[in-house]
Every structure is written in C-alpha cells, then in structure tokens.
Design a protein around this ligand. Structure first.
Ligand SMILES: Nc1ncnc2c1ncn2[C@@H]1O[C@H](COP(=O)(O)OP(=O)(O)OP(=O)(O)O)[C@@H](O)[C@H]1O
Ligand SMILES: [Mg+2]
Length: 386
C-alpha cells in the first residue's frame, strides 16, 4: 500500500512528518535522553526515525522495543537479541569467563568496536513501572557506560510514570539524562503532514484554506491527524477529480461517519488516558469557547481561567497545582503554549470536543458526573476542598 498515512503503525522515513527540532536535539547532543509524552503522541515514531537517521549517517545504533518486557533481565535479553550474533556470542563467552553481570558484558561488547553507539529503548516506562525501584540496576549500568563517552541511551517513557518518578527524587530516572517532552505538532508541522503529501495525489485549490480547516476542526495531535488523513486519503482515492477541501468538508459535516472514524482515537487519547478532572477541564473550556462562538483553536486556557474553574468546583489550588494540570494537558496533546507566554495555552485537539458534540452527549450531565468523580481524585493534584 502506498498511502502516506498508516494510523496504526509507528511512522518513519517518508511517512514521518515534523519533529525536526526534536530530531536535531537527539541527534546532535552528547547526552542521554528520556523522551516523554502522552499516549500516541509519537514517541515510538520519533525513536524509529532517529534510528533510521543515525544509521544512515553510518553510526552504530541498536533499537530495542522493550514494551512487553516484565523486568530488567528480559530487557537485557531483548538487547542481546538485537545485537549481532557475533557480538552476542562473544558477550556470553565473556560473561561465563569473568562472571561479570550480563548487562556489563553486553554493553562492553557493543561499545568495543570504537566510535559512539546509540542504544534506543522504546517504552522503557512500562518496565520501570512494573519493577520495584530498589531492584533497578539497569539504568545505573547504562549511566556508567554513557559516562565513559562510548554509549548514548535514548529511552521513551509515558507521561504518568515520569511525573511520579520526577517527584520521587530517589527514583531510577534521576540523573540519568535530559528530558525531551513531546507536545502537539505546530501548525507548520500539520501543514507538512496533511497538505504537502496530499498535493502529490490530488487537487487542492486552496491549500491555506485546507490547513485552516484542519487546524480549526481536527487539531494538532499526531495520531488524530493520522486518523483523519487516512480517512481523507481513502475518500479521495475514490473521487480523484474532486477538490480535497470539498471532500474534507463533506466528511467533517457528517455525523455517523465522523464519530465512527474517530471513536477509537477519542477512547485512546482522551477517555482512557485522561483522569476525570483533566477531561472535565478540557471539555468545559471547549464548551465555553464553542458557545461563545469563537473558533476553538483560538480558545485560551490560562492560569486565571483554571483558578476560577477550580474554585467554582469548590477547590482551592496553588500556582504549582495549576501548572501541573496545564502541563498534563499539554503533554497529552490537548493544549499547547500560546506564543511564548509560559502560562497561557490554546486548545489544540478540537476534534475531541466535536466528537462528543456529534455523539449527542449531554454536557450538563457529563460535567455533573465528572464533578462527582473529582471528589475522589482532587487530592492527587494537591487541591483542597473549600
Ligand atoms: N511524526 C509523525 N509523523 C507521522 N505520523 C505520526 C508521527 N507521530 C505519530 N504519528 C502517528 O501517530 C501514531 C502513534 O504514534 P506512536 O506509536 O509513535 O506514538 P507513541 O507515543 O509511541 O504511542 P504509545 O503511547 O501507543 O506508545 C502512529 O501510528 C502514527 O500514525
Ligand atoms: Mg510507543
């Protein structure tokens, strides 16, 4: 299949769009990194693309998907499976002869060929979360090797885990490397993902209008965009002579087709991935923006709004509590920084709101339900009942 869009597979090569800044940082730095982001924000895609670029530049890179690993030993075995047979055999011999920890034999072998090696561990967050922290030795060993200058490690982990570990200053993530946070795509990156590839396949009379439509009704979450683009691409293959903008508008105006297309995405990135408080705040602000008549992509969420919204719910919050909440929404691709003001954000996943609206949700009832659920959740954010 030669579609530029495959929503259920990590993207790399010609199907990978945007993230130039992130790739530059990861490629050019000497440090190790944690790539942190919410569900489906493109962590695996970014690491796959990084692997492709590093090896195209002739450097040695080992990519290991450790998502399914239960513990550290399994991670080590998985690394072993991903290095060359010769290196693996030699690491095993060495380990038997010197009885040094297996991971050290493996790393010694991998880094012994001269030049820098980059080790990419995708979804290490899952393994860290499964194993008690006093049993963690792997990150320490990796850190030792990277201090020697021969190894760089890039790992991905999901947002929830990172937040927990960052608070716990003795956790295994401390001092390991720098943190690269993945946010929603920028408007320029959306243009790169949506407009540029479609121009190869179809007629677009007004590319600016198409971009504006996508920003205003779909947004900038990479997975949501892929879902939309895959649908659009299939539709335009069936009607190759029609203008893309007209096809996009017809689809966005539909109800049943729209909700069936986005159901899974909304479940994955919103309903299952956000707590009731985050869902409540996001939908509440979208609802206000929609009723106010302004485009959702101009709707601002800032500290003042959040302070008042929490107060109306009956909670007292500190600046730090509110900043945590905003950051959570940001890393899950719901909001993004407006200009350079650190504390002002705009809505960047309008599809999530329109989906609820098209599905016929009664917002008053939904908000009521969220408010009840927040009574259990509020302490987790440090909020105090008034
Ligand atoms: N830069 C990108 N270019 C093109 N598509 C992307 C990009 N980033 C993400 N996607 C799309 O979003 C989907 C989710 O991306 P990916 O699997 O990389 O995210 P993830 O953060 O690793 O997700 P998970 O939380 O499931 O591990 C991919 O299947 C792909 O369709
Ligand atoms: Mg992933």
């Amino acid at each position: 299949m030669f579609s530029p869009y495959l929503r259920n597979r990590p993207a790399s090569g010609w199907r990978f769009f945007g993230r130039k800044r992130e790739l530059e940082v990861l490629e050019e730095s000497d440090e190790s990194f944690f790539v942190v982001g919410g569900r489906r924000m493109g962590k695996t895609s970014l690491l796959k693309e990084l692997e492709r670029r590093i090896s195209a530049n002739g450097m040695h890179v080992v990519f290991v998907d450790v998502e399914a690993c239960q513990d550290e030993d399994e991670v080590v075995r998985k690394i072993l499976q991903n290095i060359s047979e010769k290196d693996a055999a030699s690491a095993m011999r060495r380990q038997l002869a010197l009885s040094e920890p297996f991971i050290s034999s493996v790393l010694r072998k991998v880094t012994s060929r001269g030049g820098r090696v980059v080790l990419i561990l995708d979804e290490l967050g899952n393994v860290i979360a499964r194993q008690p922290k006093d049993q963690w030795k792997l990150l320490g060993t990796l850190r030792e090797y990277s201090h020697g200058g021969k190894l760089r490690v890039v790992v991905s982990c999901f947002q929830e885990l990172f937040q927990k570990q960052a608070i716990d200053r003795s956790g295994p993530l401390v001092n390991f490397g720098s943190v690269l946070r993945l946010h929603a795509l920028s408007p320029g990156e959306v243009d790169e993902m949506v407009v540029a590839p479609l121009l190869h396949w179809a007629r677009i009379n007004n590319t600016k209008a198409l971009l504006q439509l996508v920003l205003a009704s779909i947004g900038r979450h990479p997975y949501v965009l892929q879902t939309f683009c895959q649908e659009l691409f299939q539709r335009l293959m069936k009607q190759p002579d029609r203008d893309v903008l007209a096809i996009a508008k017809a689809f966005l105006d539909s109800d049943a087709e729209y909700t069936s297309c986005f159901r899974e995405a909304v479940e994955e990135i919103f309903s299952r991935a956000l707590t009731p408080l985050l869902r409540y705040l996001y939908l509440l602000r979208c609802r206000e923006g929609d009723l106010g008549g302004a485009p959702l992509s101009d709707t601002v969420i800032d500290d003042d709004w959040l302070d008042l919204a929490l107060e109306k719910m009956g909670y007292l919050s500190s600046l730090d509590d509110r900043s945590d909440l905003l950051q959570e929404l940001e890393m899950r691709g719901m909001i993004d920084q407006k200009d350079d003001r650190r504390s002002a954000f705009i809505v960047v996943s309008p599809m999530v709101y329109y989906y609820h609206k098209k599905a016929g949700v009664n917002f008053d009832l939904l908000f009521e339900k969220f408010r009840r659920e927040v009574k259990v959740e509020h302490e987790r954010w440090g909020l105090k009942a008034l």
